[in-house]
Design a protein around this ligand. Sequence first.
Ligand code: SAM
Length: 380
Amino acid sequence: MKSTLTTLPKPSPEAIALSNALTQEIHSVIKKSGPIPFSQFMQMALYHGQLGYYQNDLKKFGESGDFVTAPEISPLFSHCLANQYLELAEKLQVNQIIEFGAGSGRMALDILHYLKQINQLPEQYLIIETSPSLQERQKQLLQSQLPEYFSHIQWLSALPEQFEGIILGNEVMDAMPVDLYQKHQDNIVKAYVDAVDGELTWLWQTTEDVALPKDEDYQEGYAFEYNAYLSPWVASLSDCLKKGGILLVDYGYPKSELLHPQRTERTFTCHYRHHTHDDPLSYIGLQDLTAHVDFTDLVEAAEANNLVLAGYTTQAQFLMGAGLLEFAASLNTVEQLNAAQQIKTLTLPSEMGERFQVMALCTEEVSNLRGFVFDLSHRL
Ligand SMILES: C[S@@+](CC[C@H](N)C(=O)[O-])C[C@H]1O[C@@H](n2cnc3c(N)ncnc32)[C@H](O)[C@@H]1O
């Protein structure tokens, strides 16, 4: 396994063997068809067969994994999403949920626990999860914790042809493959992955795939990424959603902030056991690869597909509006002590509060949603 990163924890021999096997698969593709765009490399590194990062059995979530997501930090995050689901479901007269990319299953469990407590369980909770290994984990968790509701939970391999309900996704878009670009003289160059002397290497080629805004002054080497999967994904959601809404949480910014000329580094990052670094050609299949979401691209794709923006704000503002402090106040003293730290992590600007943003999209005009009282749509 190639590794230029000597300070990271050492993978186990099994993990190294898995990474080597996946690296060989990538070499075979390059041998057959030449250098591949970085997005194709990322697609393989994350989703290839049983070897890709999200496909294999290695632990990803939580303290002993590579990263922690909001639902893993506190059930209050999921309870707030459930509150926003309830308001949307009532306004739009729907009663089903689809969750995209359910990870460990924690968010589904906490949403359903809360909805059960208040007697508002949805008719069905559908999960679309590409990873067979994570699907298995989700099934085990939900079957053991919610046996009486389990028959209402279904795993789908693709979106249904028609759906009326609310689609939820936390940190799904950031796991989509992106292409990497840089400004080089008067051109834009795009990253490819090549193989030279048995090693994966970078190759940069001039491209006209994307452009930087003309009226801004970008320095030589200015690095950015583009997610070409986002727009077709939104189109597929819109195609199937006959009536309802989509609630998406992810780290990202509006385009004007993501492509700010003074930003010095791209947002693309690798996560390995809670260390972040920028070498995706190491630890292949063992580390998460992610990039921030361009929320301007998201809303533009949504509007081009007849969806209506119903709100956009930071995670901190969303959680406050959706009942975070009311939930915290209802806890006993010991629970409140634990929750205090979790709430800080979810809401402080220096933690997840502002780097994560929330967007609601609907099939029809919906206003005054509780999570979006502090609306930032004008920034998009
Ligand atoms: C960063 S994890 C987030 C997991 C979970 N939502 C959470 O917040 O803990 C990304 C999840 O999306 C899944 N995923 C990625 N692309 C997907 C797709 N196109 N359809 C469904 N699931 C996908 C991954 O397998 C994984 O479960």
